[in-house]
Design a protein around this ligand. Structure first.
Ligand code: GLY
Length: 280
């Protein structure tokens, strides 16, 4: 679709064997990105600093580290820039651009530790300036919606574009067809319009002319995770206290992996809850 519609993305090749993938990696050099060509809970990708690291990951994929998802791999050029997430609602013909966000993927402070599903996020993404947003709309979202419709496979739903913002413009890294986690926890509190009305208009093909309203305030969320997340044994069962003190007009607590035991609230998984605050 990107080739057909001229959507800016990284040069890539999809490879069905380890030999083909390794040959292509050697041709392109490092740094280079290798992705298992299927769903892998966000873990099936390596940004390899060296050709050897890329080759190790390719062997892992074809030796079954990601099951069927690693039966083919995509090798992509490394893109310089800062990554942001951009959301749109699409009704098959029209779309409504929502706001941008950035999530923080490393487990620990100072951008260190293993990658996670996201330890926090903020919206809007400062790197998505109005000019960059307009380019992403024109160069990525609009041709995608138009291209899908022209193919006879119109897309209806939430389009989540992972975008690398480089000095010379935005480049598409990936699409998801859902809201982000934890990006939704900063996007949706900023939305002044009724989400349900927007989703109904999306489902009914009535998005043309719709313009959602947003709160002026920015939003920031921090994820509380259990010890051991994202690698190792996650210690569930610890008690969560003080949530009543966090609730307020500009603060929302989103619970994800929690359970009640009598009148106690307990952690029940890796990413337990998000605390979102709105402000200047
Ligand atoms: N935070 C990344 C994602 O939802 O895929």
């Amino acid at each position: 679709l990107c080739d057909e519609m001229g959507i800016p993305t990284a040069a890539y090749r999809r490879c069905l064997t380890a030999e083909a993938a390794i040959a292509y990696v050697r041709e392109r050099g490092a740094p280079i990105v290798v992705k298992a060509d299927g769903l892998a809970a966000g873990k099936g990708v390596v940004v390899a600093e060296t050709v050897e690291a890329a080759e190790r990951f390719i062997h892992d994929c074809f030796e079954g580290a990601f099951g069927q998802s690693g039966a083919s791999v995509v090798v992509e050029d490394f893109l310089e820039g800062e990554e942001a997430s951009l959301f749109a609602l699409c009704d098959g013909k029209s779309f409504v651009l929502l706001e941008s966000a950035q999530d923080h993927k490393r487990a620990f402070d100072g951008d260190t530790g293993p990658n996670t599903g996201g330890m926090g996020a903020y919206s809007p993404a400062p790197v998505m300036t109005p000019a960059m947003l307009e380019r992403a709309r024109r160069e990525i979202i609009e041709p995608t919606v138009r291209g899908m419709a022209a193919r006879g496979t119109p897309f209806t739903g939430v389009l989540y574009a992972g975008v690398m913002v480089a000095a010379d413009g935005p480049r598409l890294i990936e699409f998801n067809v859902r809201f982000g986690d934890p990006e939704a926890q900063v996007l949706l509190p900023r939305l002044k319009s009724d989400l349900l009305d927007l989703l109904v208009a999306t489902a009914r093909g009535e998005l043309a002319g719709v313009e959602p309203e947003w709160h002026e305030a920015a939003a920031l969320t921090v994820v509380l995770a259990t010890r051991g997340y994202p690698v190792g044994v996650v210690e569930t069962g610890s008690e969560i206290r003080g949530l009543d003190r966090a609730e307020g007009e500009d603060i929302v607590v989103f619970q994800a992996a929690t359970r009640r035991e009598g009148d106690r609230l307990l952690a029940n998984g890796g990413r337990v809850l998000d605390v979102t605050a709105l402000g200047g």
